[in-house]
Design a protein around this ligand. Structure first.
Ligand SMILES: Nc1nc2c(c(=O)[nH]1)N[C@H]1C(S)=C(S)[C@@H](COP(=O)(O)O)O[C@H]1N2
Ligand SMILES: [Mo]
Length: 423
């Protein structure tokens, strides 16, 4: 079993070698792919003997046939300490990202925080500076909320043109989890606030000591100190034992491995809100504190990773929509590059500041060239802009907050390519 476990991260070739070496149950060789003896009405090989039963490992893993679905991208993720991995959006079902496929962005690697030694200090413009242990937090009333997190640099390479060859790379710094924890306002109720408190600084306990300034109004609205993610403890890569959840706001302010919150009367202008995470405009000025991830969407099938393989006929177009200011109210889909639109079905649940799945049927004609687009709207009436509209307002010097309508070109042979048609 341990051998099988290890091969879970190896290539398929490696797995087949394991099978040939006979470490699988008897019959595994004939259970291999492409064996007509396994097809109905025959009894397949895997049903002819007892399987291993309850697994020995204390923690479950996915099918060994699914290990190609992965977030680590070697050609993009060279430096493991200060780097990034991407959620394989084309392989996702529904709206929840499995924790093992949550995208990662670490500026100083993943610290091994010992939960018993974890403390959160809240100080500055408060009546009573306090420290909290993890146990203290868990005694308080908790909430569980489903929210997306998106790095504002998602798609940041595409301001000047289509670059990346798949939805994992154009949009994969986007994940959605059920987060469980304590509302920050409950802790601030304990510390009390001085009358002039209007901003707070959140600091992480990793080697980068990541710090961001957040307006107090947001903190008192819906910010959560999360210790739970999808029903279990927050993963080390997501900020174990406690991370900030800042619904709808750029991923960078969702401070991981949280250790300190300081109240103040103005922003701190730290590195991550001056040198980075500002939007450089065409006139050379930079917009700062542009926290919100505005209304956005992308088709996740068909897409470069999910081509049509020359098979004409029915295909369901599906994708994800999200808005940092509230619920998605409508997603339109075009197959002709925006000349005509049809409204897609929004799959329940449709939650505020969460991913929303949309789907719409399509008949792909033999040899048809198609330009697939999705255009989302949210409850505030905001509509996703075209790339041309966004460029007109923002120029091409930006990295962050690109929420333009995305185009996939379906070639006559069913191949799907990343293109921009309104440049
Ligand atoms: N302490 C700390 N918090 C952090 C970071 C970090 O490097 N250190 N990265 C930030 C960035 S840039 C993003 S986009 C999100 C990524 O969260 P994830 O790794 O859980 O996807 O965490 C943010 N919080
Ligand atoms: Mo980020």
């Amino acid at each position: 079993m341990t051998e099988l476990q290890r091969s879970g991260t190896a290539s398929r070739r490696g797995l087949l070698k394991v099978a040939a070496a006979g470490t699988l149950a008897a019959g595994a060789a004939s259970a291999a792919e492409g064996n007509p003896a396994n097809l109905p009405p025959n009894t397949p090989e895997w049903a002819k003997s007892l399987g291993p039963g309850v697994i020995e490992e204390a923690y479950g893993t996915r099918s060994r046939h699914e290990t190609a679905v992965r977030r680590y991208v070697p050609w993009l993720t060279q430096d493991r300490q200060s780097s990034v991995s991407f959620t394989p959006l084309a392989e996702m079902h529904g709206i929840i990202t499995p924790s093992g496929l949550h995208f990662e962005r670490h500026h100083g690697g993943v610290p091994d925080v010992v939960p018993a030694d974890w403390r959160l200090m809240i100080h500055g413009l408060v009546e009573r500076p306090l420290q909290f242990t993890l146990e203290d937090l868990k005694r308080l009333p908790s909430v569980s909320r489903i929210h997306f997190i998106e790095c504002p640099a998602n798609g940041g390479m595409e301001w000047r043109g289509a670059q990346m060859s798949g939805v994992q790379f154009t949009h994969g710094m986007l994940s959605c989890s059920e987060w469980t924890g304590v509302p920050l306002k409950a802790l601030l109720a304990q510390t009390g606030l001085r009358p002039n408190a209007s901003w707070l600084l959140a600091e992480g306990g990793d080697a980068s000591l990541m710090t961001r300034s957040i307006p107090l109004a947001k903190a008192l609205d819906d910010v959560i100190l999360a210790y739970g993610q999808n029903g279990e403890a927050v993963r080390p890569q997501q900020g174990y034992p406690v991370r900030l959840v800042v619904p709808g706001w750029e991923g960078n302010v969702w401070i991981k491995w949280l250790r300190r919150i300081e109240l103040g009367d103005r922003p701190w202008y730290h590195r991550e809100e001056t040198r980075h995470y500002t939007d450089l405009m065409p006139d050379g000025r930079a917009r700062k504190f542009t926290f919100v991830n505005e209304v956005n969407s992308v088709i996740t099938a068909p897409c470069p990773e999910k081509p049509l393989r020359g098979k004409p006929g029915f295909v369901e177009i599906t994708g994800l929509a999200w808005s940092g200011v509230g619920r998605i109210t409508r997603v339109d889909v075009s197959v002709d590059g925006g000349d005509s639109w049809r409204s897609a079905q929004l799959q329940e649940p449709v939650l505020g500041k969460a991913l929303t799945r949309f789907r719409i049927p399509w008949e792909w004609q033999e040899g048809q060239r198609a330009f697939l687009q999705s255009r989302a709207m949210d409850e505030t009436g905001r509509v996703q802009p075209t790339m041309a509209t966004l460029r007109k307002a923002r120029g091409v010097e930006s990295i962050y907050h690109k929420n333009a309508i995305h185009t996939w070109l379906v070639e006559p042979d069913g191949t799907v390519v990343n293109v921009q048609i309104d440049a």
